[in-house]
Design a binder for this molecule. Structure first.
Ligand code: IPE
Ligand code: IPE
Ligand code: MG
Length: 258
């Protein structure tokens, strides 16, 4: 390609790339992110996997800030799955430590910004310190009315559906609910995300294209974006590209728009 043509193409690409708040056609109400690729990032940089996970918390602050600045209502982050216990003791304890460090350094700013934190997942199996820290963060921000920040820790969507089913069964047994009264909303109301909108945009970094047990029910009609970037390298700019891609999707929900 001639230099001039290349420059024109580049400037067009640049113009098409949203840069600041307010330049998106449509923004999602609920963004979910599977923050994947820390292990591969560590390997690439010849570092321990724990360092990779630590690096993976560095960009988090900016991603949360940006979500808040854009006025997106809900951000769900997959931090630790029910299956991640299968990793080595060393890796699991590094991840557990990061949970404490993350809240110690971020909770003041999050609270100040009116962010409401909700933990998705079973806190019961977590070490006491982590459990207390998570409950404290939820309690402290429970009255906040800004961005809803869901952090999935010891979360598995199938376990969540089992929990919901048991709760609904108890209501039926107690006579509070008839089986024929159970509808889609009954199920939503028994998920950790009760009262929140479904996921509109799901981003999974690192090129993997699967849900890995994340918000199966809530993602029913989500748009998926799979950037190749490993999570520690995922920037606000790339986040904007994913949001821009979302804005160009045609969501039909089974209907016909043309
Ligand atoms: C995601 O990074 C973080 C967690 C699962 C906690 P990974 O550790 O899965 O990174 P890869 O997939 O091995 O690169
Ligand atoms: C999903 O990533 C869990 C988190 C990002 C916390 P994994 O890396 O654990 O998923 P799989 O094993 O590749 O499906
Ligand atoms: Mg992974």
């Amino acid at each position: 390609m001639k230099l001039k043509a290349w420059k024109t193409a580049m400037s067009l690409a640049w113009k098409k790339t949203p840069r600041t708040t307010g330049e998106f056609d449509t923004l999602p109400e609920h963004v979910a992110i599977i923050m994947d690729g820390n292990g591969r990032w560590a390997k690439k940089h010849k570092m321990s996997v724990s360092k990779g996970h630590r690096q993976g918390t560095e960009n988090l602050r900016e991603i949360i800030r940006h979500t808040d600045d854009l006025g997106i209502g809900v951000l769900s982050l997959y931090a630790f799955s029910t299956e991640n216990w299968n990793r080595s003791e060393e890796e699991v304890s590094a991840l557990m430590q990061l949970i404490l460090d993350f809240f110690a350094s971020e909770i003041d700013e999050l609270d100040e910004k009116n962010v409401r934190i909700l933990i998705l997942g079973d806190k019961g199996r977590l070490p006491e310190k982590q459990r207390e820290t998570l409950i404290e963060a939820e309690d402290r921000t429970a009255g906040n009315t800004g961005l809803r920040l869901n952090i999935a820790v010891n979360y598995g969507s199938r376990a969540e559906l089992v929990k919901a089913t048991r709760e609904i069964a108890v209501r039926v047994r107690n006579g509070d609910l008839k089986p024929e009264e159970i509808d889609e909303k009954t199920i939503s109301d028994h998920l950790y995300t009760a009262g929140q909108p479904d996921v509109d945009l799901l981003i999974r970094t690192s090129g993997e294209q699967r849900l890995s047990n994340f918000l199966l029910y809530q993602n029913a009609y989500a748009e998926f974006v799979f950037p190749e970037t490993l999570w520690p390298d995922f920037s606000v700019h790339e986040y904007d590209l994913a949001l821009d891609a979302y804005g160009h999707r045609e969501r039909r929900f089974g209907g016909r728009t043309r």
